[in-house]
Design a protein around this ligand. Structure first.
Ligand SMILES: C[S@@+](CC[C@H](N)C(=O)[O-])C[C@H]1O[C@@H](n2cnc3c(N)ncnc32)[C@H](O)[C@@H]1O
Length: 279
């Protein structure tokens, strides 16, 4: 790292560490790269910061010190091959969800021109990724929260994704597509309301995070909506809490799904379940 940046990044790292930030060094470097206008790996050869950059860095470090999510400060988050604008009012897409998309894409790899629905879309990260990686797909993104809708429509502008302002669990939502979808994917709110979450997660909208007392208040009716939307042989992937590894598969089997398989994330935690509507 350039001499000028090295010392102030080290000082910022100590401040973020003291504030309880989980990855203080990475965050301090990413914020410096943001201010310097270079990629993180290029900080080492970046010009030393001038007075304005030092002031700006102080300001963004102070925001992170107050535990404002890093992605809100940067204004952007990378998700698979796309970038999404993020900020207050919308759930920040998480890397774990990239795996759910990957598994769903693999499951429909031999389906030509698939219709794919993303229920509970937030920024539109899942829907936009699918449309980017499967340009032959017709993709719908369903979101009901006005705060998220603002970000989602901004992110989907110019893409082929069709944004739907609706309740994902309402039986009339996209009902004209009932029985015609190759796949339905969802990362719904699923954290049980009694669970204490980190300061950063507290900043995500509650409607995006919490799923009632047991975390299943959205997933339960969602299973019915997904079953109705899918064509025979259609596949679903539902992200869920790590405590839901048994109950979500049970809900899917009770509905009549077959090939019900829970999946773990790279950290080994139960993360999502896939299932197929019988033919
Ligand atoms: C956990 S966030 C996931 C967002 C996005 N799919 C992602 O993975 O980054 C859940 C999203 O579902 C939305 N949501 C919650 N209940 C909903 C419902 N009944 N219908 C539609 N959207 C809903 C929330 O507003 C939030 O944007």
């Amino acid at each position: 790292m350039g001499r000028g940046w090295s010392a102030i990044v080290a000082a910022a790292t100590r401040r973020l560490d003291a504030a309880g930030v989980a990855s203080p060094r990475v965050d301090a470097e990413l914020l410096a790269a943001h201010v310097a206008g270079v990629e993180r790996g290029r900080l080492i050869v970046a010009e030393p910061p001038g007075p304005e950059q030092i002031d700006e860095y102080e300001s963004v470090v102070a925001r992170r010190e107050r535990r404002e999510p890093l992605q809100h400060i940067l204004g952007i988050v990378a998700f698979r091959r796309v970038e999404l604008a993020v900020g207050p009012g919308v759930f920040v897409p998480r890397p774990e969800t990239e795996l759910v998309v990957e598994a769903l894409l693999a499951a429909v790899s031999d389906v030509p021109d698939p219709v794919i629905v993303d229920l509970c879309s937030g920024t539109g990260a899942i829907a936009l990724s699918i449309a980017t990686e499967r340009p032959d797909a017709t993709v719908f993104a369903v979101e009901r929260d006005p705060g998220a809708w603002h970000w989602m429509t901004r992110n989907l502008a110019g893409s082929s994704v069709r944004a739907v302002d609706a309740d994902a669990v309402d039986p009339t939502t996209l009902s004209e597509w009932d029985g015609r979808c190759a796949a339905v994917i969802s990362n719904p709110p699923y954290v049980p309301s009694s669970v204490a979450v980190s300061t950063e997660v507290e900043i995500d909208p509650a409607i995006a995070v919490f799923g009632g007392d047991d975390g299943l208040s959205v997933i339960r009716p969602l299973v019915d909506r997904i079953f109705a939307l899918l064509a025979p042989g259609g596949v679903t992937a539902i992200e869920h809490d790590d405590t839901h590894e048994v109950v979500v598969p049970d809900l899917l089997r009770a509905k009549g799904f077959t090939q019900v398989r829970p999946h773990r994330d790279l950290a080994g935690k139960p993360r999502f379940t896939m299932a197929v509507k019988p033919t």
